[in-house]
Design a protein around this ligand. Sequence first.
Ligand code: FAD
Length: 563
Amino acid sequence: MINSASQKIIIVGGVAGGATAAARLRRLDEQAEIILCERGEYVSFANCGLPYYIGDTISERSKLILQTSQSFYNRFRIDVRVKHEVISINRYSQTVTIKNLANGETYLESYDKLILSTGALPINPIQEMNYIRESAVAKTPEKYFSLRNIPDSDRIKDHIDTYRPNSAIIVGAGLIGLEMAENLHKILIDVTLIDSADQVLPQLDIELASEVKTYLEKNRVEIELGCSIKKMVDKGIHLEITLSNGRVLETEMLLFAVGVRPDTYLAKNAELALNERGYIQVSEHMLTTDPNIYAVGDAVEITNFITKQPDWIPLASPANKQGRIAADNICGINSRYGGTQGSTILKVFDLTIAATGIHERTAKRLEIDYEKIFTYSDSHASYYPGASKISIKTLFNPKTGKILGAQMIGKDGVDKRCDVLATALRFGATAKDLIELELCYAPPFSSAKDPINMIGYAIENVLTKRVRNIHWHDVADLPRDNSVIFLDTRTMDEFLNSHIAGFINIPLDELRERLDELDSSKTIYVTCQVGLRGYIATRILMQNGFDAYNLNGGFRLWKSIIG
Ligand code: FAD
């Protein structure tokens, strides 16, 4: 589509959102003059790949750079200006002031349309700390880092190559913190993860986050939750770190991965509308409050696809989509952004962790009507080599069965299950839809009842009251005065190995013959290892006139948090 021969578009920021917008603009408008200004040295680089470059999984630095100024020009005839910072937007003259960072000169450039894809900056908590550099080391390089771009990764790599640290502290147990923990561990650096939250990974609820924590610890990553750094003293070879819990640690490098804040000083100074956290407010067309200025990516407030509330979810896929939408609208195509659902995935050692939609904390905070279900399914037919369990927590509307969010972890097949659920969520799927999904099956890939179908069945059982669940956090509140029965339906060996205090054991396969051991006037709370045998037992009991509830997620889930 050719929109206007005279259209001049300036894009600020040349990575995910900006580079996508530039390429789409050119594909739509062969005549437009397109200028892309990037403050840094590189455009269109793979910031998501940086942890893997530091950990030597990606061995060639050049692979991180997907386009250069020259390749952009060759392919798209886009005027890419790296080391050029846009320092102000002059809305009334429709010009921007640009500073050439190579020579310090500033100049004006006019625009018909402007796209801001200025991204976010890592939060640096050093100002809030008591940070002391002992006089003898005042001139040596800093030992603390953050990771956002290629120069950041160069600094980290140089430090590692020069000083060969044996230990590192990572502050922040989110996505980047965990990816870096794996990658530093891979190059033989002992890692301690510190987070002020009481769990790792804010994308997960406590149940799966606890599993991830245990897994990290098994892989020799030390974890300190619920604390922060109070004092940091640079002693030359090492940093001495005092935590808020009083513990003193020594480390040779420290990485801050505590999240990002939007880089929106330009938009703020131009008096575009920002929310209270500094994110740029945009319409569904990605238009700011100025009719000639669009904004996309990590810098903007978006609508959460599930809650329909304003939100900010800094991820690459939304930034790319929004860049394309801004370009479409500039070229007269009425494209709209439908909201972000927060589909996230990461690999930590050989574990895959993925989530889409909302988690329970959000549902509670926004008072969204929800119920939850835990399922543990094999990644593929159990008789075919290599199958492993996927732990899945799914949130759904208890009246309609509509899926609100899911999170899962496992060693195999997690990515495709989370992508199926992300797709299902996008189309407003209910539990019934999950049951009806006909997914590809052969033993190396799945089971005839895929884990996604199993979620649908499990939810349907709840909705139709064929099973009534209790959850791990309900156990402590149940009466302990003999007025109810606690029944563990695992094998005797499993039971003797470990069980919840107060439970009696009748293995599932013996239950039908031993019903007379149970007092039918008492409510029975049933458990097993992960909830499946408990469900079958609950069905047997209910059909024999007992009032029975199943502990969803079973002993395994209860123990991972309480035990
Ligand atoms: P950015 O990609 O940050 O680009 C903004 C650019 O604008 C910057 O290069 C900046 O220099 C430039 N800029 C800012 N102000 C100016 C100015 N005034 N003038 C000129 N230039 C300016 N997301 C995922 O979905 N999956 C992942 O696995 C994942 N992994 C990640 C790993 C790491 C280590 C990091 C740092 C991020 C990761 N992300 C991941 C997040 C993802 O990279 C971002 O969401 C995405 O890059 C946002 O795109 P953006 O265009 O909004 O901002």
